[in-house]
Design a protein around this ligand. Sequence first.
Ligand SMILES: [Zn+2]
Ligand SMILES: [Zn+2]
Length: 489
Amino acid sequence: MNEVVSKAADWMGAARQLQPATVALRRAIHAEPELGLQTPKTIAKVKASLADLPLEWKSGPSTTGAVAVLRGARPGRTVLLRGDMDALPMPEDTDLPFRSTVAGVMHACGHDTHTAMLASAARALSARCDAIAGTVLFMFQPGEEGHHGARFMLDDGLFDDPAPEAAFALHIMPNALAGTFQSKAGPLLASADKLMVSVRGRGGHASMPHHAIDPVPVACEIVTAIQVFVTRRIDIFDPVVVTIAKIDGGSTNNVIPEVAHLLGTIRTLSQASREAACTGITRVAERIAQAHECEAQVTIERGFPVTHCDARAVRVAERAIGELFGAGAWSTMASPIMGAEDFSYVLQRVPGAMLFLGVCPEGQPWKTACPCHSNKMTLNENTLALGVAAHCAVAERFLGRGFEGWVPRGLRGRFETRLAPRPDESMGARRYLPRVRLGRGRPTPAAHETVLFDHPVGAQQAGLRNRQVELSGSPEIDDEIELHRQLDR
Ligand SMILES: [Zn+2]
Ligand SMILES: [Zn+2]
């Protein structure tokens, strides 16, 4: 893209012009929500709204998902932008004039807005396609709410050719200041597995438990033992959340039932803790049952994997959004959220990031606004223009520069670094973390330094502003370092 169109303000101007169309599409989708992997009316609305554009459409046999391919005037990189299309099986209790007309189905997770923002981004980027080098893939996916829509689209081969080199998705968040963006490198959202335990004993008279084998107290013991297992056997810095959300057994007050059932969810932030949790919970449940002469059958239904954001992609987004709206619009999340996302499947294959867009309704405090999945969730539609512009700016930045500013693996030599102290939210508001930090992998001793200062001036006085680092071996650099100038070769 050339200098003229790459100005950040252009994307906001384009998004503002498209705002009536964005809102109209969002409201049309909201009024007619669809569930699961089949969202034919929604994708039809999207395609109709983009029918005049030079997009190639691809779809597969497994879902109604579709990919719109925008080819720029010149060859280049390929970037994927995602919007999800499905709603939730729940009643809508808002008084919006465009509220759901389908009983028991509601767009309570904002996927109507994601789809509408992505469609407008496709229009804005198409308008500038003469200036684009590379390809943009707009992924309209159904089945995010637990139906593995993204995995089906990947398995259908919709992203094999051209294959994306980076992927980005936006998710609205009513519990965040309207117009702010946030994300973080590494795990952003958890894996989500469904846990089912059946504890089988032997039924009998409630007054003579010794003649029966009562599965109810055994099931209760398993519930508490799982919590003991999680806190005692799992590394607290690789957290796991297990919630038993449903206990079920028995029919009346004077009968010991044959079976008791537990139903719950297992959330983790790494594959290692996920496996440890699944194995450990199975062991604990089976052996507690065994100790009481019961039998536990443990079934774990694997759900979405961990949503892992690539640090380079997060930085691409942070910079693009910083240029659009100023640094104040961006915040780096101090910790992940234990919710889960289907976009995790995309991020398993393609480096990328999911970003949250604050959409708190006007006049409401963001902390107490009705969250996603609430039957009363509403949002500030003015923020949709910001999301459209953010999609465009992030795609443009990646197409233009790739993961620039990152040290390629295997780079050697002596470099001068540029130190840009910034608040480190995880450590409290008043500490500053210089951007000279090589994390995982094999950092060189000179560069493997994370120094915390109470004030940015402290970092400057310590002479870290333009320090030299030497990279040798094959550093695998996952964290930030800005190499200002190479000093030798
Ligand atoms: Zn949701
Ligand atoms: Zn969602």
